[in-house]
Design a protein around this ligand. Structure first.
Ligand code: MRU
Length: 363
């Protein structure tokens, strides 16, 4: 995707061939800053502190983190240590484990002397595959948007999304937003309702920023507005991303997604999930009971950060000093509330048969 006309991915190898560069997403939308990762510790910090975030980008960063680790020490012990240290950075997005398992399986059989080059090449393959997968999700999802556009000729198609499952959450294109970008490319008139997504405000800060960069009409709404919009016919479809989807189609995504799915169900609004296959956890079938839900610092709830009129970035407390707060990062939307899963191989019902129909090798 382009920033001020310059094409970027969200992660790329630095010119020295050793460091890895990322966009520091904690500084958006107020500053566009590129940060270099030089070590395994840098990569682990970038994931934990959410300089990078979004399931596919977490996976790609972990893959490059393994390469950085091998450049420091390519021994068997260092390989295992890098796997463990990266795996503990964030618990919910399964792409992290997927990428680490892929990297370890690729590197472990090699002699340490071959591991550095192989690790960078495999991390680059993970990143390239993510781009191709997301573009395919975009093509499949755009057909759904086109079908809605055909039913209301000359009118704008209104999409509601939650959190940021766009370009910034992946290496390129996005998952939930890829269909929006492809449909816009095809000339469909679109408007996106952007849930602000408290407490980290990925919608207000990141989705709004990237839609702005790409000239897609959009409106930021507080998290509680979606139900009202749906009751008044102002949402044609919801598309969200996912951090982990069970083999039965339960979808774990940013906290608040479940409530949007309930509202969509009550109002007959289609509720789709864009997901790359590495986000499917084939080992589990009950999302509510089996997916670990990240619990983050309560300060993300009690405090808010923003830009003052004179350009300073300030953090302010919004709750009374004596009030506690809890900060669950994700919730699970049961498969019965999901209209369809948009994968790189096509759109399927959110159930085991639907997923196995597209991924028969998992039978
Ligand atoms: O905590 P984050 O920002 O890493 O969570 C990301 C999400 O939950 C996104 O909504 C997304 O759908 C999953 S990644 C495409």
């Amino acid at each position: 995707m382009k920033i001020n006309g310059v094409p970027y991915r969200t992660i790329w190898p630095a010119a020295d061939g050793r460091a890895v560069e990322i966009i520091d997403q904690t500084r958006l939308p107020h500053a566009f800053a590129v940060v270099s990762l030089h070590t395994l510790a840098d990569a682990a910090y970038a994931i934990r502190a959410m300089l990078v975030r979004g399931a596919p980008l977490i996976g790609a960063t972990a893959a490059y983190g393994m390469a950085l680790a091998m450049a420091e020490d390519a021994s068997d012990a260092a390989l295992d240590d890098a796997y463990d240290r990266l795996l503990e950075t964030r618990p919910t997005a399964v792409n992290l484990r997927w990428a680490l398992e892929r990297m370890r399986a690729h590197l472990a059989p090699l002699p340490p002397s071959s591991r550095v080059g192989a690790a960078y090449a495999e991390a680059a393959a993970v990143a390239d595959e993510d781009v191709a997968i997301n573009r395919a999700i975009g093509e499949h999802g755009a057909r759904l948007i086109q079908a809605i556009a055909a039913r209301k000729p000359g009118q704008v198609v209104n999409v509601l999304t939650h959190c940021n499952a766009g370009w910034l959450a992946t290496v390129d294109w996005g998952t939930a937003l890829a269909p929006v970008y492809v449909a816009a490319e095809q000339g469909v008139p679109l408007h996106v309702w952007v849930d602000e997504t408290r407490p980290r405000n990925q919608g207000a800060s990141l989705t709004a920023w990237e839609l702005n960069s790409h000239g897609i009409p959009h409106t930021v709404v507080v998290d509680n507005v979606g139900g009202h919009l749906m009751q008044h016919g102002q949402v044609d479809l919801c598309i969200v991303g996912t951090d982990r989807t069970t083999a039965t189609g339960d979808v774990c995504n940013k906290i608040g997604t479940y409530l949007k799915a309930l509202a969509a169900h009550d109002n007959g609004v289609p509720f789709y999930v864009g997901l790359p296959s590495p986000t499917i956890d084939w080992r589990i079938s009950d999302g509510v009971r089996e997916i670990p839900i990240e619990e983050r610092d309560a300060a993300e709830v009690t405090d808010m950060t923003g830009r003052t009129a004179d350009g300073r970035i300030e953090t302010v407390r919004i709750t009374p000093a004596g009030s506690g707060a809890v900060n669950y990062g994700f919730d699970v939307t049961p498969a019965r509330l999901v209209t369809g899963l948009i994968t790189e191989r096509g759109v399927c019902p959110a159930n085991r048969d639907g997923l196995l129909g597209l991924f028969p090798e998992r039978r």
